[in-house]
Design a protein around this ligand. Structure first.
Ligand code: SF4
Ligand code: F3S
Ligand code: FES
Length: 263
C-alpha cells in the first residue's frame, strides 16, 4: 500500500473513532408560536450527535434540517457579528454561534428565547424594534450644530487616534440584546434605557464632532430611566459577547451627568 493510501486509511479510521466517541447531546428547547391561537409554551427535547468544534448554532441547524423544520431561531453571520442569534443558554444569555457545546460537560443544554423582547416564535425575538426605539431615544447620530452650513470643500477633520480608538471600541456593539436580557433592572422596568443605550450614548459623548452639551445628554439619560436608575448589577459587563466596557463607561456617564446637573 502506498504512503498516500495509508494516510487516507488512517484519516478515515480517525473520523470513525471520533464519531464513535462523540457524545449525544440533549437539547431542551422552548417551543411556542404566539401567532397560533390557543397554543401554550412547552419544552421539547431533541438529541444531536456532537461534532468537534460544534456550536449551539450548528446543533440548532442540524435539528432544523434533520428533525424539525418548524423550529424558529435567528442567524445571519454565524460569526458573532450580526447579533441575531442571542438566546438564553442554560440560564445565561449569549450568542448561539459563539457558544461551544463542549462548554456543557453533562451534555444537557436548555434553550429559551431572550426575555424582555417581543417573541416571534420559539427562540426568535424582535430585537430590531427595541434597538430602533433606543436609537431614537439617544438620538443616535452626530449632532453638528453647523450642519446647515456644510462646506463641501472643507478638508475632513482629523481626530486624535486615542479618541478614535475609544469610539471604535464602543461601536463594536452588535445590538444582540444580551446585555438587556442580563439586566434585572431592565427586566423590572421596561422604560430603563439599559446598557446598550448607555454604550451608544457614550459613543457620541466621546466624539468631538458631536456638539451636544452635557446638559443635552442629561435630558436623555439624567434620570432613573437613564444612568441614575442603573443599580450596578453588571450582568451587562459579565455577558456582553463583544466585551464592551460597560462598567467603566456607565461610571463615566454617571460622573458626567452628576456634574451636568450641578452646573
Ligand atoms: Fe450585545 Fe454587548 Fe451590544 Fe449589549 S452592548 S447589545 S451585549 S454587543
Ligand atoms: Fe443593568 Fe448593567 Fe446597570 S446589568 S443595572 S445596566 S450595570
Ligand atoms: Fe450572527 Fe450569531 S449568527 S451573531
Amino acid at each position: 500500500m502506498c504512503g498516500q493510501a495509508v494516510k487516507e486509511k488512517q484519516e478515515t479510521q480517525d473520523k470513525q473513532d471520533i464519531q464513535e466517541r462523540a457524545r449525544t447531546l440533549t437539547f431542551e428547547i422552548l417551543r411556542y408560536n404566539p401567532q397560533v391561537k390557543g397554543e401554550t409554551p412547552k419544552m421539547k427535547t431533541y438529541q444531536v450527535k456532537e461534532a468537534p468544534g460544534m456550536t449551539i448554532f450548528i446543533a440548532l441547524n442540524e435539528i432544523r434540517e434533520y428533525q424539525d423544520p418548524s423550529l424558529q431561531f435567528d442567524f445571519v453571520c454565524r460569526a458573532g457579528i450580526c447579533g441575531s442569534c442571542g438566546m438564553v443558554i442554560n440560564g445565561a444569555p449569549g450568542l448561539a454561534c459563539r457558544t461551544l457545546t463542549a462548554n456543557y460537560p453533562d451534555g444537557v443544554i436548555k434553550l429559551l428565547p431572550l426575555p424582555g423582547f417581543e417573541l416571534i416564535g420559539d427562540l426568535s425575538v424582535n430585537t430590531g424594534k427595541v434597538f430602533r426605539a433606543m436609537s431614537e431615544r439617544v438620538e443616535s447620530w452626530i449632532h453638528d450644530k453647523h450642519a446647515d452650513n456644510v462646506d463641501l470643500d472643507k478638508l475632513e477633520e482629523t481626530m486624535d487616534p486615542d479618541t478614535a480608538d475609544e469610539i471604535y471600541e464602543l461601536e463594536r456593539c452588535v445590538e444582540c440584546g444580551v446585555c438587556l436580557a442580563a439586566c434585572a433592572t431592565k427586566r423590572m422596568r421596561d422604560d430603563f434605557l439599559g446598557a446598550a443605550g448607555f454604550m451608544r450614548l457614550a459613543r457620541y459623548a466621546v466624539d468631538p464632532r458631536d456638539k451636544r452639551s452635557d446638559e443635552e445628554f442629561y435630558d436623555i439619560i439624567g434620570d432613573d430611566d437613564g444612568v441614575f436608575g442603573c443599580m450596578t448589577l453588571l450582568g451587562c459587563e459579565d455577558y456582553c459577547p463583544k466585551d464592551l466596557p460597560h462598567q467603566t463607561r456607565i461610571a463615566y456617564l454617571r460622573r458626567k451627568m452628576a456634574f451636568a446637573k450641578r452646573s
